[in-house]
Design a protein around this ligand. Structure first.
Ligand code: NAD
Length: 300
């Protein structure tokens, strides 16, 4: 889809719903093909997750990552450490995974329990195995426009746009949120794709005005329905990264979906938008890390 040519038609017919579930499924199928090739020519990609403590949300995330990676043909392991594990034990676990040739991707599930220094743990990960793209080396490579590991959620935002033919070149992109995990890396990716990028945050004076000028809005805040329908320029593309619990207990994004959908040309729902893309991109990053480490070229 070309956002410029089909803009008015899209609004009349309702927006293109950017279906993260279906798109992630397609990404995972491609990854499975790549993993089968690596298995044939070398060995299956290896992903190890380090899970510290018993945070229920983290357990759920780790289970879904394990399931998706296993289905894609990866060798998946989880190292579980108690909530009282000292910093040195977690760092030693990362060191041993760095040294293990069968491990291509290391993922430390965040947040770590209080009192632990997650920056120091992340920084210990071999950048070649940093499939979450969080080490200083990965961050610097992204900022410099060099090849490297890109954090999974912003990579998922770009992938869903790519797979729907939405080009960022020349577009005015407003990113709401400046986190290390989503906002900042997405802004770098958009800049590298020749967008004109504005990063808004909690101290931005007139968020609505910035949004009203945007061709693309990416909301990564964590405030339910922050982005109002009338902040969306007719024909704009809206990516909603936020995951919040509404008053009724249901998941809602950072965008008032029903109102925004009456004006947007394309929009991601919550749930079923960027969430599923995040896990798919973890698999994609791990596949790439494995191919590079094994010296095997994959098509595409
Ligand atoms: P964060 O808390 O680290 O950052 C939030 C950002 O929003 C900050 O930069 C802050 O300045 C900005 N902000 C806060 N209030 C604001 C306001 N009123 N107006 C404008 N900006 C404001 O959060 P994060 O880790 O980037 O996550 C953001 C949201 O995305 C959360 O809801 C999180 O659950 C969700 N998330 C989803 C996925 C996924 O896979 N879909 C992955 C990561 C995060």
């Amino acid at each position: 889809m070309s956002t410029e040519n089909t803009m008015s038609a899209d609004i009349e017919n309702g927006p293109t719903v950017l279906d993260g579930k279906a798109t992630a499924k397609a990404v995972r199928a491609d990854v499975a093909v790549g993993a089968a090739r690596l298995t044939e020519l070398g060995r299956a990609p290896g992903l190890t997750v380090v899970l510290v403590g018993d945070d229920p949300a983290s357990q759920v995330y780790v289970r879904s990552k394990d399931k998706a990676a296993t289905e894609a043909g990866f060798v998946v392991n989880t190292i579980r450490l108690g909530a009282d594990a000292p910093q040195s034990e977690i760092e030693a676990a990362v060191d041993s995974l760095n040294a293990d040739d069968s491990v291509d991707g290391i993922l430390v599930q965040l947040p770590l329990p209080k009192g632990l220094d997650s920056d120091a743990v992340i920084e210990r990960i071999d950048p070649g195995k940093d499939v979450d793209g969080l080490t200083a080396t990965s961050v610097a490579r992204l900022a410099m426009g060099r090849d490297g590991m890109v954090p999974c959620t912003p990579a998922g935002c770009v992938e869903i746009l790519n797979r729907h033919g939405i080009d960022l070149s020349g577009k005015d992109v407003v990113v709401i949120g400046r986190s290390q995990l989503v906002g900042k890396p997405f802004a770098q990716l958009a800049l590298a794709r020749n967008a004109t990028v504005t990063i808004c945050h909690s101290r931005t004076r007139d968020l609505a005005a910035h949004c009203r000028n945007a061709d693309v809005i990416v909301a990564a805040v964590g405030v339910a329905k922050l982005v109002q329908g009338d902040w969306v320029k007719p024909g704009a593309v809206v990516l909603d990264v936020g995951i919040n619990r509404g008053e009724d207990g249901k998941l809602v994004g950072d965008v008032d979906y029903a109102a925004a959908a009456t004006r947007a040309s394309a929009i991601t729902p919550v749930p079923g938008g960027i969430g599923p893309m995040t896990i798919a991109m973890l698999l994609s990053n791990t596949l790439r890390a494995s191919a590079l480490r094994q010296g095997i070229e994959l098509a595409g």
